[in-house]
Design a protein around this ligand. Structure first.
Ligand code: ADE
Ligand code: ZN
Length: 351
């Protein structure tokens, strides 16, 4: 299928995204605005380009945190949510579980309740104006140590905000092993929160095993190094552990995957691993959710039917009720049939 038809089909299909960092969906104009408000001068083109000149995970994470520091007023988060709302609209994402990383903001002295008030107001607006549902997973972060992560969790528990459905563990897995966060995750689980963790993004399969066994993570962010461990792949298949795969992110961070063509998601899928497709950090990796589906179709040979399975997988592995999962999957099927009815010339692609 040609690119224009593919994008038309993918735009018509309702989608979910399970691994995306809300702070990583921001426009050039938002970055320039908050920079100006922070430093009282215009950002130069060279400074802008410099923000995106990284070639590994650590370099990218530095830029991620640097931009968060440009935000000097809680109300400026509204700009971020306007960008996020546009992203959801453009990609027809009807349900999203997004990470929010509060640590950099809290270090500036921001009040967690005030942040959450603005964030929840923004989410209600997205729901009311666009009918799109966004739930929050608070990234307690491995970058700033165990005490900071526990502090983040305690703020979440005190806040008791219904939009927050879980916690996650982002940051560089090289410097923050899962075992350091055992107590944080145990406390979160006991309080009824969902728990997920980045693992196997740059460290080997033991890191994924630790996230599953020590933290009891319900889904794994990335998990691509599982591909080098055949016995572990069998375990993942048997347990139907969900991997939140972010293909372009892995190419950008340039550790396990050096080019898109060598991404292991097709091998994992073919072996029966429960994978979903996500973007991680759209602005930083210059990719949208529809782009990712196009990339794996074009570069890795996924068929259209397989893409439909992946789209449904994202709903099935989300933290919504079984009846909501069923409803969304039916809507995918309906939109699929309608699109092909309207594009009979493309039906040959299905055989
Ligand atoms: N935070 C934002 N993006 C991330 C990634 N790819 N890995 C770890 N932490 C992150
Ligand atoms: Zn991530």
């Amino acid at each position: 299928m040609r690119k224009t038809e593919f994008y038309s089909l993918l735009t018509a299909l309702p989608k979910a995204e399970l691994h995306i960092h809300e702070e990583a969906v921001l426009s050039r104009s938002t970055i320039k605005t908050v920079y100006k408000r922070s430093f009282n001068k215009e950002m130069t083109a060279a400074e802008y380009d410099e923000l995106f000149a990284y070639d590994d995970l650590a370099g990218f994470l530095d830029s991620f945190i640097k931009i968060q520091k440009y935000f000097t007023n809680i109300n400026d988060l509204e700009l971020l949510f306007n960008d996020f709302s546009e992203y959801l609209e453009k990609n027809n994402i009807v349900y999203c579980e997004t990470f929010i990383s509060p640590t950099s903001h809290l270090k500036k002295g921001w009040d967690f309740s005030q942040m959450m008030e603005l964030i929840c107001r923004s989410l209600n607006k997205i729901k009311k104006e666009h009918g799109r549902t966004v739930k929050l997973i608070i990234d307690v972060s491995r970058t700033f140590g165990t005490e900071n992560a526990m502090n983040n969790l305690d703020l979440v528990l005190k806040e008791n905000c219904p939009e927050i459905i879980g916690i996650g563990l982002g940051g560089n897995e090289v410097s923050g092993p899962a075992k350091d966060f055992k107590d944080v995750f145990e406390k979160a689980r006991k309080a009824g929160l969902h728990v997920v963790a980045h693992a196997g993004e740059v460290c080997d399969s033991q890191s994924i095993k630790d996230a599953l066994n020590i933290l009891k993570a319900e889904r794994i962010g990335h998990g691509i190094t599982a591909v080098n461990d055949e016995d572990f792949i069998k375990e993942l298949v048997q347990n139907q552990t969900c991997l939140e795969i972010c293909p372009t992110s892995n190419v950008f961070t340039n550790t396990i995957v050096k080019s898109f063509k060598e991404h292991p998601v097709k091998k994992l899928f073919d072996e029966g691993v429960n994978v979903t497709i996500n973007t991680d950090d759209p602005t930083f990796f210059k990719v949208s959710l529809i782009d990712e589906y196009w990339n794996i179709y074009k570069e890795l040979g996924f068929t259209l039917q397989e893409l439909k399975t992946l789209i449904k997988n994202s709903f099935k592995n989300s933290f919504i009720s079984d009846s909501a999962k069923k409803k969304y999957c039916n809507e995918v099927e309906k939109a699929w049939n309608q699109w092909f009815d309207e594009h009979p010339e493309c039906q040959k692609e299905l055989s």
